[in-house]
Design a binder for this molecule. Structure first.
Ligand SMILES: [Zn+2]
Length: 313
């Protein structure tokens, strides 16, 4: 037996039952009128799996109503396989791999993956460094930002044309949060840091110039001087955030080679999600993600409208 033997990964009725227990832990709720009483299961050879009828408003529904699965022609058990693969693959899984493994078209695999990434995005942002904890801040460069025209890139200065990613790690909670930024100037980054990090926090960065005056805005700011070969002094290091970036970069280089800027935030959400749930096992991370998908229903139905998998990834 293995995780993949679970019935909800290959049997549609079991998958519907799993979704019902996720969305309706207390029993079915009519999505039309909100009634929880007199809800009947409709059965019969030609009846859709999981079809219910509300005795109050007389309308029919399944548990998929109002979820991202509602309008999908893909069986729910295949969605669950995709969710499990994305929750458990440390470096991510390409749309091509999903296409081959799930036996759906590449285009379908691409949309499924992006919808699952949307569910990985957490809307609310916890302020890092509350209570005077330590927050490591660093940035990295990835891929090629095609929105930057060649005439604006200076030859020989390697990073200008790349995507810029800023990330924070709260050392106390172990949580990471990354984001795409347009540039690495202090006037761009400092307002983001002030919004997302408590002022009583201790910040640790490298010696990059944009971080020079952070001690004005936070209780403490310490630098690691990589330039003189330093890797840290006791608690003054950026090893945690460098560990985060190393997983991110291996995934982005190995699995998602070409990523357009307009999609990059979703990949970041994916790596943040897995990193932040790294302490739980794969089935638990799958459950957390499934909850995220169903908890976000109706919110992102059209967020991918008009977008297409033009870039191979
Ligand atoms: Zn009803």
């Amino acid at each position: 037996m293995s995780v993949l033997n679970k019935a909800y990964f290959h049997d549609e009725a079991a998958a519907v039952a799993k979704l019902e227990s996720t969305i309706w832990p207390e029993g079915p709720i009519c999505p039309h009128c909100g009634s929880v009483e007199k809800i009947y299961s409709l059965t019969g050879k030609t009846t859709r799996i999981g079809l219910r009828k509300c005795g109050n408003c007389r309308k029919q529904f399944t548990v998929k109503v109002g979820t991202v699965f509602e309008s999908s022609h893909i069986p729910l058990y295949k969605w669950f396989q995709a969710v499990y693969l994305m929750a458990s693959s440390k470096k991510g899984i390409s749309a091509h791999q999903l296409h081959r493994t799930l036996e759906v078209t590449y285009k379908t695999a691409w949309f499924m993956a992006h919808r699952i990434r949307e569910a990985m995005r957490t809307g609310a942002f916890d302020v890092f460094g509350n209570g005077g904890g330590t927050v490591e801040v660093d940035e990295t460069f990835i891929g090629h930002d095609k929105t930057i025209k060649p005439e604006h890139t200076k030859k020989g200065r390697g990073y200008h044309h790349k995507h810029k990613v800023l990330a924070l790690v709260d050392r106390e909670t172990g949580k990471a949060r990354s984001m795409v930024v347009d540039d690495l100037k202090a006037k761009t980054l400092v307002p983001i840091l002030k919004e997302r990090i408590a002022k009583e926090a201790r910040i640790v960065t490298d010696e990059a110039g944009q971080y020079k005056y952070l001690n004005r805005d936070f209780a403490d700011h310490q630098f690691v001087r990589h330039g003189i070969g330093e890797y840290g002094r006791g608690e003054i290091h950026t090893n945690t955030i460098e560990g985060y970036f190393s997983i991110f970069k291996r995934g982005m280089k190995g699995v998602y080679q070409h990523c357009a800027k307009r999609h990059l935030h979703r990949y970041l959400a994916e790596f943040d999600f897995r990193y932040n749930a790294r302490e739980v096992d794969d089935p638990e991370r799958f459950a957390v993600l499934l909850n995220g998908i169903t908890g976000k229903r109706l919110m992102y139905r059209d967020s991918l409208a008009g977008q297409s998998p033009r870039t191979v990834m």
